[in-house]
Write a protein that binds this ligand. Sequence first.
Ligand SMILES: *Cc1c(COP(=O)(O)O)cnc(C)c1O
Length: 485
Amino acid sequence: MKEVIHNSGLVLDEKLLWEKGKKGRIGFSIPPQDVAVAELDPELVGEDPDFPDLSEVDVVRHFTRLSTWNFGVDTGMYPLGSCTMKYNPKTNERQASLAGLSEAHPFLPESLSQGALQIMYELEQYLMEITGMDAVTLQPAAGAHGEMLGMLLIHAWHSKKGNSRSKIIVPDTAHGTNPASAALCGYKPIPVKSDENGIIPVETIRELMDDETAGIMITNPNTLGLFEENIQEISEIVHAEDGLVYGDGANMNAVMGIVKMGNIGVDIMHLNLHKTFSTPHGGGGPGAGPVAVKKDLIPFLPAPRVVFKNGQYSLEKNLPDSVGRMTAFYGHFNVLIKAYSYIRQMGPDNLKKASRLAVLNANYIKEQLKDTLHLAYDRPCMHECIFSDKNQAAHKISTMDMAKRLLDYGIHPPTVYFPLVVHGAIMVEPTETESKEDIDLFIETFKTIAKEAEENPDILTSAPHVSKRRRLDEVEAARHPCLTG
Ligand SMILES: *Cc1c(COP(=O)(O)O)cnc(C)c1O
């Protein structure tokens, strides 16, 4: 077995600034004043503000130390299945901070916003090409927000036809947001169990699909990391009953340039720019979940839409059948620039290569670890693979114990206990941006932990040992959170 490098070292504690401050300490020096000191009028300012007195070095250390408590994809491999934590090229940030873009105001007239509108227009065109759909809106602020728009579009389309439908089919291999989005828009989600291969059984859809059902939500690849092989046949069944197929394209990073969802029956789909197109998750800025549609659904898209006519870009607001607006202005423009920058840098060949590498890396981990961890579905996977703690159960070691032990080895654990269809799931998504060396280190670490499970299980049940905090009482933390550190 290869040697596993243990990460340990300085784990710095940090107090609140109020606890660090010392009366009279100061962070800067200014020349003596040549005007008389005037007391503040207490009537106007109220009580003295409670600010700590700190030096520059106090402040710099405080925030630098806090920053080391954070783990991000810039720190190391972050193999969270379903989340696609791939490395985000720094050049995206540079493009997004160009003054002409970062300082553009949404109220600027169209004549002074041609560049910004062109970026949005072209990004829509690229996403249409990648998905095989006929139009795109960039407005939704996240994947789940895109799903919600999808449900509104399905509702608007049926209403226009005079159809009154109350149900949406949602397989158990969907992200939890799918049934939530359907329910939020007044539809009753009808669950479907995946078959022994982890995909949707055609016959069940044939039985369920009726004239009360507005459509189906299909995640492809699904949250088991498997390609929905029957999607075309399922789409035909749904379409034959005048239903629509919603494609959850959060996992498009597995099939870019390889499968066009529009060609295999999908009518509406969202993309997660913060998963597939290298824009930051959360802290690095808000998200974006553009929605792509087929021709028949274009009239219902949110207003305004970017159009290009007579050599000019403009915003079309007069859309009588539109479901309305999803966000203020035109979506999260700053995020859109980063995705545009990524797509332009990569080009079609490299986007395809990225998907192939994402799939290769996941299959490599699957093959290397399948004798160590129980593999939930022993068949080729897409961009992520799913194990469970079944093999370790004999030693009373759970997925949580192994995840906590990974922290001791300086590795961020994969997604655990999701998807719910796999008991004790360990869902690994390496992404295409990890090197073979880093992936091998992950594999070797898991093998080491599996050996520990047999020989020294106590070290797992009491892990983590070298992180800033030992194992937390999660129930207590959730019920009585202590928010002051
Ligand atoms: C992440 C994800 C979503 C939700 O996307 P958010 O941007 O987090 O709202 C929906 N479906 C799938 C399959 C996902 O992986």
